[in-house]
Design a protein. Structure first.
Length: 496
């Protein structure tokens, strides 16, 4: 890190913000050390320096957390919807008031540029505002049977204690997207943030406490051994719901565990998003859409454009323009002014990206820009465009999770749809065309849960987020997001 006065001020601000974050386990309204006394390091991926240590929870902590959630559930479920709503609204206001501080924490532990981190903080806060409004709109129904003899009284009740497991790539937004509807519905929570980026989530806990969340409703255990915490929760018989965001492999194991107690399950799993550009597309708009869909979070997103299919007459021009755009991006520490591309989250992720690029090049792909690691400390990888990528390249079938854009030419609409759907995943897809009929036709043909038509951004708290096939079950956000945390109860009442 440079030693000029501005950098030193930023580093001091980051140090001060992180120093305020509670770093223990949080159970029944109290912070404490893990039962084992163990702690783990949190590393700044831009500098490879340790910035904090966090309590490393285990089975004993997990059991205390789930038992607390089970004990508190009935009382919390009886809380007035308006009270739950006001807690979430106060938490929204607190997050927005601390946007700069929370963004700096996120950038320091995760790497994304500060401007992008501030955007995530606002996005994360919006889930609390959105679900504060949904909390008072949990409805029911009263109808009559067809023969007129009985009333059908339908109510909606909280599903019960929930297990929430979030990933490292959007450390604040993934927490609020799950915690918000759980609180709104009246569910208690056991929460395991990712050990690579726990500080943003832990900062959120203190905000919810300040907003008035009663003790025992939210219980948090960080750990370096996920199974030592999550498995006791899943096997406890107390938890009634699991909401997980992460890899398909882990999601499948959690579904197997959930089946033992017939738990409600929401899974937001892997993605392999296609990005289709037809020859009639506005290329400037398509390039900007590709930058948004590929480079958000340095490409470390399940919705990231993984396979870019461009109709042959414009494929070379598109690759050239995209390379010029990505090659002009400023790579550096996310906390430094002007940085547009930060580091990847860890050395392991960096090695995987380089291996995927090397494999593609060895199989015939051409490097248009990038393709290498900058010579500097930190887990940086240069924004990369590859052209003429063969179908057998590993990055065509694996999530890249890095700033690499493989461009593949196609000839016909049918070919594009076939290649786009040739994957077990089905989270997001993107297409660019000025033909409205084609846009709707191809959008309907894509086997994904979300489609961006002439846009590279699909995420919004007001929209139902989720996928099909191996990309998961259920939806988060929008007016249906709270449904995942509610059960229907029907009472038959004779008309006498």
């Amino acid at each position: 890190m440079s030693t000029n006065a501005s950098d030193l001020r930023i580093a001091q601000r980051a140090h001060d913000a992180i120093a305020k974050v509670s770093t223990g386990v949080f159970i029944d309204g109290q912070w404490g050390e893990a039962a084992s006394g163990a702690r783990f390091d949190v590393v700044n991926p831009a500098t490879e320096e340790v910035i904090a240590t966090v309590a490393d929870g285990g089975p004993e902590d997990a059991l205390r957390a789930i038992e607390t959630a089970g004990r508190v559930q009935k009382d919390w479920a009886r809380t007035a919807p308006r009270e739950r709503s006001e807690i979430l609204r106060r938490a929204y206001d607190l997050i927005m008031a601390r946007q700069d501080e929370l963004a700096l924490i996120m950038t320091t532990e995760m790497g994304k540029p500060l401007a992008e981190a501030k955007g995530e903080v606002a996005y994360a806060a919006e889930f609390f505002r959105w679900f504060s409004e949904e909390a008072v709109r949990i409805g029911g129904d009263l109808t009559t049977t067809g023969d007129g003899k009985n009333r059908i009284l339908v109510s909606r009740e909280p599903v019960g204690p929930c297990v929430l497991v979030t990933p490292w790539n959007f450390p604040l937004a993934m927490g609020t997207r799950k915690i918000g509807p759980a609180i709104a519905a009246g569910c208690t929570i056991v929460f395991k943030p990712a050990n690579l980026t726990p500080l943003s989530s832990l900062a959120l806990v203190d905000i919810l406490v300040e907003a008035g969340l009663p003790k025992g409703v939210l219980n948090v255990v960080c750990t370096t051994k996920a199974s030592s915490v999550v498995s006791p929760w899943m096997s406890s018989g107390i938890a009634r719901k699991i909401s997980f965001t992460g890899s398909t492999e882990v999601g499948v194991r959690l579904l197997e565990q959930a089946s033992q107690h017939v738990m409600r399950s929401s899974m937001e799993l892997g993605g392999n998003a296609p990005f289709i550009v037809f020859e009639d597309a506005n290329l400037d708009r398509a390039v900007e859409g590709a930058v948004a869909a590929k480079m958000r979070n340095m490409g470390e997103a399940c919705t990231a454009a993984n396979r870019i299919f461009v109709q042959r007459p414009v494929a070379e021009e598109f690759a050239r323009r995209l390379a010029a755009r990505l090659g002009s991006l400023s790579v550096g520490d996310g906390a430094e002014p002007g940085t547009e591309v930060g580091p990847l989250v860890e050395e392991k992720a960096l090695r995987k990206v380089q291996e995927l690029v090397d494999d593609a090049v060895n199989k015939g792909a051409k490097v248009v820009c990038g393709g290498n690691r900058p010579d500097r400390p930190g887990y940086f990888y240069a924004p990369t465009v590859l052209s003429d990528v063969p179908a057998e390249a590993d990055l065509m079938t694996q999530e890249i999770f890095g700033p690499v854009a493989p461009v593949v030419p196609f000839d016909t609409e049918e070919e594009a749809v076939r290649m786009a759907n040739d994957t077990p995943w089905g989270l997001a897809g993107y297409l660019f065309t000025q033909d409205v009929d084609r846009g709707l036709r191809v959008g309907e043909a894509l086997e994904v849960g979300m489609v961006g038509l002439n846009t590279g951004i699909v995420s919004d708290p007001a929209a139902p987020f989720g996928g099909i096939k191996a990309s998961g079950l259920g939806r988060e956000g929008s007016r249906v997001g709270i449904d995942e945390f509610l059960e229907y109860k029907y009472m038959a009442v004779p008309r006498v």
